[in-house]
Ligand binder design. Sequence first.
Ligand code: DQA
Length: 147
Amino acid sequence: MSRLVFVLNGPNLNLLGKRQPHIYGHETLADVERDCRELAVELKLELRFHQSNREYEIIDWIHEARETAGAIVINPAAFTHTSVAILDALNAFDAPIVEVHISNVHQREEFRHRSFVSLRADGVIAGLGTQGYLLALRHVARLIDAA
Ligand code: DQA
């Protein structure tokens, strides 16, 4: 199985570290990318790390992953709760998918309790801060190793 993993981030995550730090913490997305890349070296994974505020770009990356990747780690941000289009794209991807949320969405507003993406994700990590990305990478690396 391909050792390429796509780490995809949805809208407003470009503001990580500046936006509502009491909820999302002080680390920036660049910090998260650096930590993911360091771990990827240890796990012998190749990474594509992307963020977009545009739904179609995330869909296009999922389509690209479909041709090339062994797993997807995705924090769809607000699209989690709204996007049937991202769910449909993920449904066309045949390898493992882990959904990550920095905050514990279940402790927050009612509208965040519903995730379209969870209908497809093999696992969901929420509320562990940015560590969730690293745990997700460790999980998919194990699955890829075992395949
Ligand atoms: C988030 C939770 C979403 O509800 C929110 O819209 C985000 C970030 C998280 O990582 O905790 O933008 O996905």
